[in-house]
Design a protein around this ligand. Structure first.
Ligand SMILES: Cc1cc2nc3c(=O)[nH]c(=O)nc-3n(C[C@H](O)[C@H](O)[C@H](O)COP(=O)(O)OP(=O)(O)OC[C@H]3O[C@@H](n4cnc5c(N)ncnc54)[C@H](O)[C@@H]3O)c2cc1C
Length: 383
């Protein structure tokens, strides 16, 4: 039997998972001066630079200021075919190392007087009726926490309609890149029955590049199968790799996520925070965190707030449905989105800030029959 340390004090809010969504919520509560008792639990024993978040941000925005790298243009290209360059004006494509985000969030959380308990793997969550406590959380180490409100931000889900699988390596190069302020967001796009693959690359310094082969697919594969494509790509572009300094990999849900039913709210990846049509979600999670913190302070209620407009959810779901029905069309469809939305239009679309005109341009550029077929399909997942 594990020894139990009974933490009798009932927390106002318990956040299970101190990753992107959990920390973002606590950060927004602290920014608003919320003085309740907030505890975050996470299984990790320390924060590390475990990923880089990229997103489109307006030039004057806070998330632009916090980012470490920016690009004002990007490339999207079909393998052996059409090449599209987007030049941004009001936006930049930004990238933020995880350790910068964790430091920023933790220092605000500290100011809020909240507690981050690392090394706590949550084993069970129970809804209880023991006023004022409504939730009881037990960790694998036998610790027990009570809370009036709880939110699960631990990226736990069972399945999804569609996935993004990627394997990336950051390399130092022997020879500096001639024109290094460049980003290739979807290059070498190619599709087959298994899905759509592309190379995502970011030049981070004259002699440093992140190369990340990515696959959009209905079927999960081991990200490591993509690793060989890094060397092929570097050879093709005449890059001389010197040393691999970091790698990251992931299988992320796109489209509708099945996380099972709980009587408490969930957030982040497991609540469908990643945009179905792009796989991006960092800024959407920040908008969600701000709206949720606002709601909690104002009403004392913590409900799932969806920051995507229902029409965006609908169109994105339709898009995924076409990719599932006709996987070979993926590359063409993705490159047509870029062609239909030159420059800032593409940034607005990817940032979730598309205008009606942007949407109309995308809709007009799509192949009509596959989309009409997907719309007419009687048993679909589009609600
Ligand atoms: C390598 C990588 C790169 C990415 N890059 C981008 C990007 O460029 N742009 C973008 O928009 N999105 C990106 N994403 C997608 C998405 O933004 C991230 O996955 C994001 O971290 C999801 O936030 P989250 O809060 O749902 O989950 P996480 O940030 O993963 O947080 C979940 C937390 O829960 C903890 N946890 C899990 N189980 C338990 C348990 N039982 N008990 C206690 N704690 C637990 C974990 O340790 C973790 O800290 C990337 C994802 C990965 C994996």
């Amino acid at each position: 039997m594990p020894t139990k340390t009974l933490l009798q004090e009932t927390q106002d809010l318990l956040i299970v998972g101190a990753g992107c969504s959990g920390l973002s919520l606590a950060r927004e509560l602290a920014l608003r001066g919320y003085r309740g008792k907030v505890v975050l639990l996470d299984q990790r024993t320390a924060f590390s630079n475990d990923k880089t978040w990229s997103y489109w941000a307006k030039k004057e925005s806070r998330w632009h200021q916090l980012a470490e790298h920016y690009w004002d243009s990007c490339e999207i290209s079909l393998r052996g075919g059409h090449r599209q360059q987007c030049d941004f004006h009001a936006y930049d494509y930004c990238s933020l190392p995880a350790d910068t985000f964790y430091q920023d969030a933790c220092s605000l959380i500290d100011l809020g007087g909240y507690t981050v308990e690392l090394g706590q793997t949550v084993q069970t969550i129970e809804a209880i009726d023991d006023p004022p406590a409504k939730f009881k959380v037990t960790t694998t180490g036998g610790k027990i926490f009570f809370a009036k409100q709880l939110i699960e931000c631990n990226a736990r889900y069972q399945s999804a309609d569609y996935y993004q699988v990627f394997y990336g390596e950051e390399w130092l190069l022997h020879e500096p890149l001639p024109d290094w302020r460049r980003a290739g967001l979807m290059t070498e796009l190619v599709s087959d029955e298994g899905g759509t693959e592309f190379i995502y690359w970011l030049a981070l310094a004259p002699d440093r590049v992140l190369v990340e082969p990515t696959r959009f697919t209905q079927h999960i594969v081991d990200p490591e199968i993509l690793q060989t494509k890094i060397e092929i790509w570097m050879t093709q572009y005449g890059l001389a790799p010197a040393q691999c300094i970091r790698h990251e990999a992931g299988v992320l849900p796109m489209g509708r996520v099945n996380s099972g039913h709980t009587s408490w709210p969930r957030a982040g990846l497991a609540a469908g925070a990643l945009r179905a049509s792009s796989g991006y979600g960092f800024l959407a999670m920040q908008h969600w965190a701000a709206a949720t913190a606002e709601q909690w302070i104002r009403t004392g209620r913590l409900e799932t707030v969806d920051t995507y407009h229902p029409s965006v959810r609908f169109l994105d779901a339709l898009f995924i449905k076409v990719l599932i029905n006709q996987p070979r069309l993926g590359g063409d469809i993705l490159s047509q989105v870029a062609r239909a939305l030159p420059d800032d239009g593409f940034a607005r679309f990817m940032a979730g800030e598309a205008s009606v005109k942007d949407w109309l341009n995308v809709i007009m550029a799509m192949p009509k029959i596959p989309f009409i077929q997907a719309l007419c399909q009687p048993r679909g997942f589009i609600n």
